[in-house]
Design a protein around this ligand. Structure first.
Ligand SMILES: NC(=O)c1ccc[n+]([C@@H]2O[C@H](COP(=O)([O-])OP(=O)(O)OC[C@H]3O[C@@H](n4cnc5c(N)ncnc54)[C@H](O)[C@@H]3O)[C@@H](O)[C@H]2O)c1
Length: 251
């Protein structure tokens, strides 16, 4: 399946988890991939995995919550590969559980800064580059883009915000040939989940798996397939929040 041969894809938070699996998938299918992450070791490891498999990728260090770094990232994409066809705004954090009344302003700002402001900053730069040429953008939301999760106030707010931002931007740029959608996973086997499960009682991972009607947690590769489909194949899909959650939201 080489329909993106030679195209350019940017994936943020590609140093691990869903972002790494997505970067690998785009590269396997023929794209030149820019791996962005604020952890250089992790990002370079993703590039090494891609190049060892015969793909093309470069690492660019970027904290998506810092406007100057995001602007520099997109300039680097152009300098490296000459343009941008697909972008996956995936970088995100989900550090702790706490009730609203106990949640500090610092925590709130940090999570919103990466999960929501980061997506906004990336969208701004990516759209400016794609205008007049078109492209596909996927923002990574969550089951928490649609539902409340107790003890996760800022994560929920940030992921609801990602969906709102996705819809607003999608409507604005639909006629420019830029398709903007969100992919919204349930639990996925990554470092974020391991941190969260670590805060649950004994057998936490099994509890999370059984909570999903499918009876298991998704692999990052399964979510990457959905992201790829939304970015590349879903040519009539605009402003959609694609829930990929093993049936969680269907109940
Ligand atoms: N794992 C899940 O269960 C799950 C469920 C729903 C949604 N998500 C979302 O999927 C996305 C990817 O998460 P994951 O599960 O793969 O987690 P992960 O921790 O494995 O990967 C996240 C990556 O983002 C990077 N990152 C974090 N903050 C950054 C910043 N400011 N700038 C640049 N890079 C940054 C990290 O270094 C890491 O490499 C997140 O947006 C997360 O909210 C995850």
């Amino acid at each position: 399946m080489n329909d993106i041969q030679g195209k350019v894809a940017l994936v943020t938070g590609a140093g691990g988890g869903i972002g790494r699996a997505t970067a690998q998938l785009f590269a396997t299918r023929g794209a030149k991939v820019v791996v962005a992450d604020f952890q250089a070791d992790a990002g370079n490891e993703t590039v090494a995995l891609i190049t060892a498999a015969g793909g093309t990728a470069s690492f660019v260090a970027c904290d998506v919550s810092v406007p100057e770094q995001v602007a520099a990232l997109v300039q680097q994409v152009v300098a490296l590969y000459g343009g941008l066809d697909y972008a996956v705004n995936n970088a995100g954090i989900d550090p702790e559980f706490a009730p609203v009344a106990d949640w500090s302003l610092e925590h709130f700002d940090r999570i919103m800064g990466i999960n929501l402001r980061g997506v906004f900053l990336c969208l701004k730069e990516e759209i400016a580059l794609m205008k007049g040429k078109g492209g596909g953008i996927v923002n990574v939301g969550s089951f928490a883009s649609f539902a409340g999760v107790a003890n996760k106030p800022s994560y929920c707010a940030s992921k609801h915000g990602v969906l709102g931002l996705t819809r607003a931007a999608a409507l604005q740029y639909a006629r420019d040939g830029i398709r903007i959608n969100a992919v919204c996973p349930g639990a996925v086997q990554t470092a974020i989940l391991a941190d969260n499960v670590g805060s649950l009682p004994e057998g936490g991972e099994d509890i999370v798996a059984q909570n999903h009607p499918i009876g298991r947690i998704a692999t990052p590769e399964e979510i990457a397939e959905s992201i790829y489909w939304a970015a590349v194949s879903a040519t009539y899909m605009i402003g959609h929040g694609l829930i990929v959650d093993g049936g969680l939201a269907a109940g």
